[in-house]
Ligand binder design. Structure first.
Ligand SMILES: [Zn+2]
Length: 466
């Protein structure tokens, strides 16, 4: 080894921690778009600060119209890219430390973004700094792209790709170690249907449930005017919930009856870990003779209680896992009800291959008396686990951690990597390390930041040698 990477990481750790604090102090949640600030004021301030930090480190910087910015070192044809993000989810409640403080207590740094993704981004930026100091010949360009819209749509990197094109290789420090060589493809859709028929004995007035498209719905409320049937309806609903091993509430609100069904939330990429309250409620409505809901009947037919897509012809799998199917949100009036679909399709299936299947599914949904109101899909990501780039990254991880037990993995979630053809997610969470990303008390061990700097430095050296 030409120089001592470990000593260099140790030397720069205090500077890196200071710069993580500078970024954590900025509440970079997406806000109202302004001229030159497409994702709002907070995000733009974080971008300006990150570019300032990069210039302080002696790197060249560019701001790509406020959508992203980048810092660059080295020269040559080949372009190695690292993509992190500066935006964060809202601070939320329940913190025991100042979420904007970057406070360090007993070797742990706390704050929104310290693990997702400001801390890992600074660690990777300092890996570039270590290389600049090292005397290693930078025969390729290494560019750190600061994303600003990861949590709310990833439009920033799409803008970057359209304008600047892809890298030759690289990574995004925004998942876990050792690395992720495959991500399932995604599909989102909206469908709807008539809430009631004229002949229904009990009219549904509204349905509402779900927190997000990508979360299994844990609570749904149906409001109806049950009139003379109210007591029979309530009894039948309570019995249904009991038989399904779910909790429920029945309430009267003036003339109306409210039926609430409780399921269990889970991420849409692992719907089998949840209990979908929407699906169970729609089954009840479809089967209860007091209602006559075309939406619920169509739902029961093409979705039912299933989360594999089996009822609409989408059950499929590859060696890395099954397609998952989730309905996250439902909403409706007495006239029309809509719901959302979140599908994660097998990662070795290409987008055009999946599109053929998705078109057939949409036809099946329409044939069940429902409307498809819109849909969109993204790519899957698959890099052969024995390819040179994957080996280069994995070797860097093993070199620093000596961990050969945890192997490269695949996942249902999506990172920036899926938007590029050239990169994979590499770190920065260590196996079995809980970071509280997106939750209160988000934190990361200071030691992990230092280890990240080391791993990323080795990774960049390995990539330079390819
Ligand atoms: Zn992230």
């Amino acid at each position: 080894m030409a120089f001592d990477v470990s000593a260099a990481a140790k030397k720069y750790l205090p500077d890196a921690l200071r710069d993580i604090k500078r970024l954590v102090a900025i509440e970079s949640v997406q806000g109202e778009a302004k001229e030159g600030k497409p994702f709002g004021e907070g995000v733009d301030r974080a971008l300006q600060e990150a570019l300032k930090i990069s210039r302080e480190l002696g790197m060249e910087t560019a701001n790509v119209d406020g959508y992203v910015g980048y810092a660059q070192i080295g020269e040559g044809e080949k372009l190695i890219g690292i993509v992190g993000h500066l935006d964060c989810v809202p601070l939320g409640e329940g913190w025991e430390h100042d979420p904007l403080g970057g406070e360090i207590v007993d070797g742990v740094i706390y704050g929104r973004g310290v693990s997702d993704d400001k801390g890992p981004s600074i660690a990777a930026l300092y890996a570039m700094k270590i290389l600049m100091d090292s005397g290693v010949k930078l025969n390729s360009r290494i560019r750190f792209v600061f994303g600003t819209n990861e949590e709310t749509g990833m439009a920033g990197v799409d803008y970057y790709l359209a304008k600047e094109g892809d890298f030759d290789m690289g990574f995004t420090p925004d998942a876990g170690f050792p690395l992720c060589f495959g991500e399932k493809g995604g599909y989102h859709g909206h469908f709807s249907g008539a809430t009631n028929t004229e002949g229904a004995k009990v009219k549904i007035l509204s349905v509402k449930g779900g927190m997000a498209v990508n979360v299994v719905c844990d609570k749904v409320v149906l409001t109806c005017n049950a009139g003379q049937y109210a007591e029979a309806l309530k009894a039948s609903f309570v019995e249904y919930a009991k038989a399904a091993d779910m909790t429920c509430q029945v309430e009267d609100e003036g003339e109306n009856t409210l039926l609430t069904l409780n399921g269990k939330a889970a991420h849409a990429s692992t719907p089998e870990l949840g209990v979908n309250a929407i699906s169970y409620l729609m089954k009840f409505v479809a089967e209860c003779e007091l209602f006559d809901s075309p939406f619920a009947k169509g739902y029961a037919k093409v979705i039912g209680l299933d989360y594999s897509g089996a009822n609409c012809g989408m059950k499929m799998a590859d060696e890395y896992g099954e397609l998952t199917f989730n309905v996250g949100i439902i909403g409706g009036t007495d006239f029309s009800t809509y719901a959302t679909i979140d599908i994660r399709y097998p990662l070795t299936l290409t987008a055009p291959e999946f599109k053929v299947k998705a078109d057939e599914m949409e036809k099946t949904i329409i044939q069940a008396g429902l409307n498809m109101d819109g849909s969109g899909m993204g790519k899957s990501l698959y890099k052969a686990p024995d390819s040179p780039m994957i080996n280069a990254l994995y070797d860097a991880y093993v070199k620093v951690t000596q961990d050969t037990v945890n192997k490269p993995f695949t996942m249902g979630g999506g990172t920036y990597a899926k938007h590029f053809d050239s990169i994979v997610a590499f770190g920065a969470g260590f196996p079995n390390e809980e970071s509280g990303a997106h939750m209160a008390n988000e934190h990361v061990d200071v030691e992990s930041i230092q280890k990240c700097m080391e791993i990323y430095t080795h990774a960049l050296m390995n990539l330079l040698a390819l």
